[in-house]
Design a protein around this ligand. Sequence first.
Ligand code: EPU
Length: 334
Amino acid sequence: MDNYPLLHHNTFGMDVYAERFLEYDSEEALLELICGGEITQPCLHIGAGSNLLFAGNYGGTILHSCIKGIEVTEEDRHTVCVRVGAGMIWDDFVAMCVKHGWYGAENLSYIPGEVGAAAVQNIGAYGVEVKDLIESVETVDLQGQKHTYYRDECKYGYRQSLFKRPEMRSVFVTRVCFRLNNEERYSLDYGTIRQELESTGEPIGLQTVRDAVIRIRRSKLPDPAVQGNAGSFFVNPIISREQFELLSAEYPSMPHYDVDASRVKIPAAWLIEQCGWKGQAMGRAAVSERQALVLVNLGGATAAEILALSDAVRRDVNARFGIQIVPEVNIIGG
Ligand code: EPU
C-alpha cells in the first residue's frame, strides 16, 4: 500500500508515513513478494515498532511479518522445543509458555514487541535474556534464500545480535525456536521479583511470577497506549573497573552490576536521575517521571523534539560522569 500511515506501527506515536507497507503471513508469501520484485529499496523490516523512533517519513518499503503459530518440535521430561512465528506477539508467547507449564520465559512477561524482534534485539529483563532460551533463528533473505542460524552463530550480547548488523539488513527472521524447561526452576534474585512475590504472600509458581513481573513493569514503566514511548531509550553503559572505582569514590551510592573482572555496568536511569532530568520536559518530549531511562511523547512530539531531549540528557551525563550513554532505540532516518 502506498503512503501508508505508521502512527499505529510505532509506540512512540510518531505521525509519519511510509512509501510502501507490505505484510506477509508465511515464508512462501514473503518469497512471492521477493521474487515479484515488490520489495523496493530502501527497505526496513519492523516488528511491533516498540523499539523504534522514526525521524521522519520513510521513503521506502516497510515490511511486517504476520507469521504466527507455535508448534512443539521436540519434548522430553526435561525440556521442550517450540517453533514460533516471528509475527506472534511476544507476551502472547510468554502467556502460552506459562499456561503449558514451560519454564524460562516468565521473567520476560509484558515486554512489548513480537517474537522475531525479540530475537533480533535480544530483549532482557530481571536477569534473563531471550538468548538464554533460543535454540535457532530461521530467516529468509532478499535473494530468496532460507537459512537457519544456531544460537552460537547469532553473536548475542547485551541488546546485541548478528541480526542487528548493517550487513544483515536484508535478512528477515521468519521463525524462532526456543528451548524451555519442563522442570520447575525460577530466576528470582534480580530486581524486586522476590520482594513483590513475598508482599502478596502467594506461593511461587509460573503464573504468580508472571503476575509479579507484570505488576512491577506496569508500576515502573509508562504505558505506550497512554504516553508514547519505546521502553528504555538508552542502553545501560558498560565502563572499565578503573573508571568505576574513581566514580564510586565520589558517588558511593552508585548502583552497579559486575560484567566481568574488568568491566562494570551502570544503570543509565541512575545517571540521568542524578543529573536532575527525571520528570523534566523539553517541548513535547520528556524524561518519564516513573523511570528515568524512558523518554516519553507528551502528545504530538516530533522526532526532532525527542532527539533534542536525548542529546541534552547525553551531554549532561557525559559532562558530570564522563560516561557516554547511547540510544538503545533504533533511530530510523533523519
Ligand atoms: N534507577 C534510578 N532512577 C530511575 C530508575 C532506576 O536511579 O528512575 C536506578 C535504580 O537504582 C535501579 C537501577 O537504576 O536499581 C536499575 O533500574 P531498573 O531495575 O528499573 O532497570 P534498568 O537497568 O533501568 C533494565 C532494562 C529494562 C528491564 C529492566 C529490568 C536496559 C537498557 N533496560 O532497565 O528493559 O525491564 O532492566 O530488568 O537494560 C527495555 O529494554 O526497554 C527495558 C524496559
